[in-house]
Design a protein around this ligand. Structure first.
Ligand code: PLP
Length: 477
């Protein structure tokens, strides 16, 4: 019986076996279906109901990777993964995760992980500069954009000390007007979730109409803010999106920022996916005005080749974040001094993972120019796919393609009814995904049901897209 950890010889033996196994999964993606073929309950059915009473060998455990785990894996690393926002566990990212687990830093305070705290600062600064964001913005890493946006809105609420919400809460206060948060009708649902979690309430998330390119209309925003003020609401923050989930449209940040400045509203920019485009100097015009934002989130775990999870949140108001979240019980007091940054003062989590390591590995291994070249290639590939769509009769390009996502649908001659078109395209999607070679997703643009090809995986090449296009043609009949 083991009384302690496994012997380190075993660690080394299994780690090298696992490295070979990982290599094989990355090298031969065609052997597996990109979308798992598991049905709900299939994987559980392969597992005993109770944990083993006696320890099992690592050989037995690792054998179950192929038997139990792999049938239930949807392969986000597969070059045919073209759904949602594709991402990549790159080699430096995977190695970073391994070291993060091994070093097991629990960043509750600077002194419990000085390297984690300082590499996080450096990685956030490097990425900020690489994306062309203003020098001086303070960066921190969270798990997801959903949490980053929630933190940003929590800080927005705390900026005005007169609201005193940190201390007094929101419930039962006749002195507190209802606070409003604005975003476009195409903003991600994480804005709503943040408002649920913060007690702002879904009714107070106001979704503003977009233009024909799915960008928030600033004049409509001005109108709803004015209407809210006249009815006694207190406008709090605007979330602009730079790269919406459906089409990667970018809200007109400069105009929104101007309005926010005039109305004293916090401007948070959700660039969870699109922020990566900042690597391309030629594309930065898309984000004009972003320097005026109060906070911005970009997910390294989306288009920046870093494995799940790693979301970077920058703000020009770190002191407001501290005011929102810092709380130091006596057992966490230290004499480490001003320079010792405790990231736990800037968010909810006390113990924090060493997420920065994998981002730092990725940035060093690829270099800023290397990362930019990879993103640029995806943008080029998206233009190639958009070209195929527009050049082929019966296919319709359904939105502009400013980044690496193409929205399109099949229009059989004579069919104009939206629900018929939806059923037809949903069937195409089902057939294509059943191939196991590629995995696409869909969205709704108004009444239109459209298919999406999202190119963001490092391993996706033009030939994979050509195959996806061929499968789509076959499925459309
Ligand atoms: N914001 C946008 C624009 C997104 O597309 C997504 C997810 O796809 C999110 C936020 C949420 O990201 P996360 O899964 O990191 O919370």
């Amino acid at each position: 019986m083991h009384t302690g950890d496994l012997p380190l010889d075993e660690f080394e033996r299994h780690a090298s076996r696992l490295a070979a196994w990982i290599r094989s999964t990355l090298e031969h993606p065609e052997r597996v279906s990109v979308l798992s073929r598991a049905k709900p309950g299939d994987i559980r059915a392969l597992l005993p109901a109770r944990a083993p009473q006696q320890g099992e060998s690592m050989d037995a455990i690792l054998a179950d990777l192929d038997r139990v785990v792999m049938p239930g894996v949807t392969h986000w690393n597969h070059p045919g993964f073209l759904a949602y926002f594709a991402n990549t566990a790159s080699v430096p990212g995977i190695l970073g995760e391994l070291v993060t687990a091994a070093l097991n830093q629990v960043g509750i305070l600077w002194r419990t992980g000085p390297a984690a705290a300082e590499i996080e600062q450096v990685a956030c600064d490097w990425l900020r500069d690489a994306l062309g964001f203003p020098a001086g913005w303070f960066g921190m890493i969270t798990d997801t954009a959903s949490i980053s946006t929630m933190y940003a809105l929590a800080a927005a609420r705390e900026r005005d000390p007169a609201l005193a919400i940190r201390q007094r809460g929101m419930a039962g206060r006749s002195d507190l007007p209802r606070l409003r948060v604005y975003c476009s009708e195409h903003a991600h649902s994480s804005v709503d979730k943040a408002c649920i979690a913060l007690g702002l309430g879904l009714e107070n998330v106001i979704r503003v109409a977009t233009d024909e390119s799915y960008r928030l209309r600033p004049e409509m925003l001005a109108r709803v803010i004015a209407a809210d003020r006249s009815q006694g609401f207190r406008p709090l923050a605007v979330v602009a999106t730079a790269g919406t989930t459906s089409t990667t449209s970018v809200d007109p940040i400069a105009a929104i920022a101007q309005l926010c400045a005039r109305e004293s509203l916090w401007l948070h920019v959700d660039a969870a996916y699109g922020g990566a485009m900042g690597l391309l100097p030629e594309a930065r015009e898309l984000f004009a005005g972003i320097e005026q934002a109060d906070s911005v989130v970009v997910n390294a775990h989306k288009w920046l080749f870093t494995p799940m999870d790693c979301s970077v949140l920058w703000t020009k108001h770190p002191r407001v974040f501290r005011r929102t979240f810092a709380l130091t019980p006596s057992y966490l007091e230290t004499t480490d001094g001003e320079q010792a940054l405790n990231f736990s003062d800037y968010g909810v989590q006390l113990g924090r993972r060493f997420r920065a390591l994998k981002l730092w590995f990725v940035m060093r291994a690829f270099g800023v120019e290397g990362m930019a070249a990879r993103v640029r290639e995806h943008v080029r590939l998206a233009q190639v796919v958009a070209g195929w769509v527009t050049a082929t009769p019966e296919w319709e390009l359904c939105a502009p393609t400013p980044m690496s996502v193409v929205c399109f649908r099949h229009m059989p001659p004579g069919v104009t009814d939206e629900s018929e078109l939806e059923a037809h395209n949903a069937l195409i999607l089902e057939k294509v995904n059943a191939s196991g070679e590629v995995f696409l997703s869909h969205t709704k643009l108004g009444q239109r049901y459209v298919l999406r090809i999202a190119i963001g995986n490092l391993r996706t090449e033009e030939r994979h897209l050509a195959r996806a296009w061929e499968l789509l043609g076959e499925a459309a009949g």
